[in-house]
Write a protein that binds this ligand. Structure first.
Ligand SMILES: [Zn+2]
Length: 261
C-alpha cells in the first residue's frame, strides 16, 4: 500500500512580456499576441517522503537574463507550506535548461535524479553551440558534474522509481533526456509534464513547443502524458500561468502555490 502524496506547484517567477511566437513550433499567424509564461517547481510530500521536481533559477540569473520577475524563492515557499527544504531527499531534474537547475546547491542533502542522456548531452560538443548553450547556465551544469563525482547524482535510463509512488519517465523531444514525473495521489496519478508540455495548449491541442531536439519524440510525449495520468486534468504543464487557475491556491500563498492533488 503506497501512501498517497500531496502535490503542489510552486511558482517562483513570471514573465508577462512574452508573445506566442516565442513559444510555438512553426509559423504562427498570431505570433505577436501576448502569451505570458510562469516558472515553477513542484513538491510531492507524504509523511514518509519529500521529493522536489526541478530547481528553478536564481534571482541572479533572472537579473542577468532580464525580463523575468522573480517572485519568491522555492525554498521560502516550501517553508511557508511547512516543508523544511532540508527534508528533501530526492531532487528530480526534468532536464537541464537554466530555469530548472538554478537552486540545486540549496538542497545539499538531496540525491539528484537525472536521465543519463540529459547529462551526457550537456557535457557533449553540441552543448557549446550558441543557439543551444543559451538554454543552460554552464555553472549549473558544472555543479552537477561535481555532484556526480561526489556520489550525489543518480543517473537513470528511461523509467525509474524514485520512491514508492513516484516514477520518472524519459520522453525526450524538447531536450534529449527530458523526463516527466508520475506521482500517486488520493486523486489518482498526477503527471508533472515540465517542458514536455509548457502550456495546456501543447498537450491539449497537440501543438509542439518551439524549442525542439526531436519533433517526433515531442509528439510521442503528448501521448505518454495522457497514458500516465489517471485523468487529463491531472497533467500539469511546466510553464502555464493557468495552472494557478485550474487548481486551488494554498491559503496565504495566492499566486505562489496551488495544491494539485
Ligand atoms: Zn526547457
Amino acid at each position: 500500500m503506497i501512501e498517497p502524496f500531496r502535490v503542489y506547484a510552486l511558482r517562483f517567477a513570471h514573465r508577462e512580456a512574452s508573445v506566442r511566437g516565442e513559444h510555438f513550433y512553426g509559423h504562427d499567424p498570431c505570433a505577436l499576441d501576448a502569451y505570458p509564461i510562469s516558472y515553477y517547481v513542484w513538491l510531492a510530500v507524504s509523511d514518509a517522503h519529500a521529493v522536489l521536481v526541478d530547481a528553478g533559477f536564481t534571482p541572479g540569473t533572472a537579473a542577468r537574463r532580464g525580463g523575468r520577475d522573480y517572485l519568491r524563492s522555492p525554498m521560502d515557499t516550501m517553508r511557508a507550506l511547512g516543508v523544511d527544504p532540508d527534508r528533501i531527499e530526492h531532487l528530480v531534474l526534468s532536464h537541464l535548461h537554466y530555469d530548472h537547475t538554478g537552486h540545486v546547491a540549496d538542497f545539499p542533502r538531496a540525491r539528484i535524479v537525472v536521465q543519463e542522456a540529459e547529462l551526457a548531452f550537456w557535457t557533449s560538443r553540441h552543448a557549446a553551440r550558441p543557439g543551444i548553450a543559451h538554454f543552460v547556465e554552464p555553472a549549473d551544469v558544472a555543479h552537477l558534474v561535481e555532484q556526480n563525482f561526489a556520489g550525489q547524482v543518480r543517473q537513470v535510463d528511461g523509467e525509474h522509481e524514485v520512491v514508492p509512488g513516484v516514477t520518472v519517465h524519459r520522453v525526450g523531444g524538447h531536450t534529449p533526456g527530458l523526463q516527466v514525473v508520475r506521482i500517486a495521489t488520493a486523486a489518482g496519478h498526477v503527471v508533472l509534464a515540465a517542458d514536455a508540455s509548457h502550456f495546456y495548449e501543447n498537450v491539449e491541442r497537440g501543438q509542439p513547443y518551439g524549442v525542439v531536439t526531436f519533433l517526433p519524440a515531442m509528439y510521442d510525449a503528448f501521448d505518454t502524458l495522457a497514458t500516465l495520468a489517471s485523468e487529463p486534468e491531472l497533467v500539469v504543464p511546466g510553464h502555464d500561468p493557468a495552472v494557478l487557475d485550474r487548481f486551488p491556491a494554498v491559503p496565504g500563498l495566492e499566486g505562489l502555490a496551488v495544491r494539485v492533488a
